[in-house]
Design a protein around this ligand. Structure first.
Ligand SMILES: [Cu+2]
Length: 329
């Protein structure tokens, strides 16, 4: 294949990928702050494009134009006017416009958030902690569920190194810093799914640290949180063997399954694993086959992640263990 052909193919692939990535695009805003960011982007882009066009026209005149057109461009005024005054005025105007927009945005968000959710960046996944109306702490991972149309506060912190939460359709990015809490306010306009990504390099598997934000109708959110707060359902008859393997494999040292003796806190809470959209921070789809793959091959799928790979299980055991975990809905 020629180099040009390869480049053309790669370019078309990029466009194709960009097209299917709307749930993670700052240009497809789904929330109040995301919309401000997109508007600001378009203002800057169109103003820059207009200036570029103007400069190109002047350059073309200077090179190809008739003497009658070219001679005025030789004057000092073009350096002072076009090189100093014009950029100073324009850049100041854009700065003021941006500050006004951001200011207007923060005042429109004034007032307390109706829901507060703690999100902790860990190498390389997200610990998500909800509180029920009666004050119970409910832990989950790699997916944040919020009520649509309401102001929600994400209380951001980090367990190890600096991470950054960026859900482009909802808001700009905000760093997660160990020993400090940053609050990111988001309002999702309507129910729907957004995808986010860690936006601060945090070590080997940084690129594989993504997540979903799922906005639900208020009643749905309340019902979901109530289910999420409940302990894991007792395993179905065909999943009891899988549960035994979970304990025999020592998985409970790092993972909690509420309602069982597994109470580890190093890895994600698995109490309702089967109800999540993805596995391992949006790296794998969430089904029994993917869970089995993850248990055996996780160091291959997500190099350096903090869970050991388990080559010791037979295919049948893996299947049974995965079946148990997938049933934790
Ligand atoms: Cu990161």
């Amino acid at each position: 294949m020629t180099v040009a052909l390869r480049l053309a193919l790669a370019a078309s692939l990029i466009f194709a990928l960009a097209g299917c990535n709307k749930i993670q695009s700052a240009l497809s805003p789904q929330g109040a702050e995301g919309a401000q960011v997109a508007t600001l982007f378009w203002i800057m882009t169109w103003v820059s494009a207009a200036i570029l066009l103007g400069v190109m026209i002047l350059a073309a005149i200077a090179i190809f134009g008739r003497e009658r057109w070219r001679s005025p461009l030789r004057g000092e005024w073009i350096v002072i006017g076009g090189g100093i005054v014009f950029p100073s005025v324009l850049l100041s105007a854009l700065l003021v416009a941006a500050l006004l927009m951001i200011g207007a945005e923060s005042s429109s968000r004034a007032g307390p958030a109706s829901v507060r959710i703690a999100v902790v960046g860990e190498q390389w996944w997200w610990r998500v902690v909800y509180r029920t109306p009666d004050g119970r702490r409910v832990e989950s991972a790699n997916e944040i569920r919020i009520p649509a149309g309401e102001r929600v506060a994400f209380e951001l912190s980090a367990a190890d190194v600096i991470h950054s939460l960026w859900v482009p359709t909802l808001a700009g990015k905000l760093d997660m810093i160990p020993g400090r809490e940053n609050v990111l306010n988001v309002i999702a306009n309507e129910p729907g799914v957004s995808r986010g990504q860690c936006a601060e390099y945090c070590g080997g598997a940084h690129a594989l640290m993504s997540l979903y934000v799922v906005a639900l109708e208020r009643q749905e959110f309340d019902a979901w949180l109530q289910r999420e707060a409940a302990p894991a359902p007792a395993p179905a008859a065909d999943a009891a063997a899988g549960q035994k393997l979970f304990f025999a494999g020592g998985c409970g040292a790092c993972h909690t399954i509420r309602g069982t003796e597994a109470a580890g806190t190093i890895g994600p809470d698995l109490t309702h694993l089967g109800g999540r959209m993805s596995l391992a921070a949006a790296v794998l789809p969430n089904d029994a086959a993917a869970i089995a793959r993850w248990i055996r091959d996780n160091q291959h799928i997500k190099p350096d992640n903090k869970m050991p790979p388990y080559g010791m299980f037979t295919e049948a055991e893996l299947k049974s263990l995965a079946n148990y975990l997938a049933g934790l809905k």
